[in-house]
Design a protein. Sequence first.
Length: 149
Amino acid sequence: MSDPARIDVRPAEGYAGDITPEQAWELLAADPTAVLVDVRTQGEWRTIGIPDTATLEKQPVFSEWVQAGGVPNPRFLEELRAAGVTDGPVVFLCRSGQRSIAAARLATASGIAPSYNVLDGFEGAPGADGVRDQRGWKVVGLPWTAGPA
């Protein structure tokens, strides 16, 4: 993608819209100001892995949308700003593309825009057999690595 403005976005209410994992990668590659924010929990980062954007010479921002036990992170926006996320484009990623919608809406409402949600997240929803191998960042073959120990 040579022009980040030409991204084919699925319209959404309250944020810039939904994009596929591949479109997220293309946007991150094409726009030097674009940032990836992974909103999963520390446990998910450790056990499932994290996106690897090193070839783009970028580091993802890690800020939990909810903390252990499902408690909302009251410092979410503060953590984003402390990491330098004050404007967009911002691409929000969670496990299956649900928490990242809420994160994109809050960011947009707080003036961090455009904010996008990655459809299907890092792993996607489980298939009929309960395995998360249908869609998502990992499944489509985008770079990822083991999370921090």
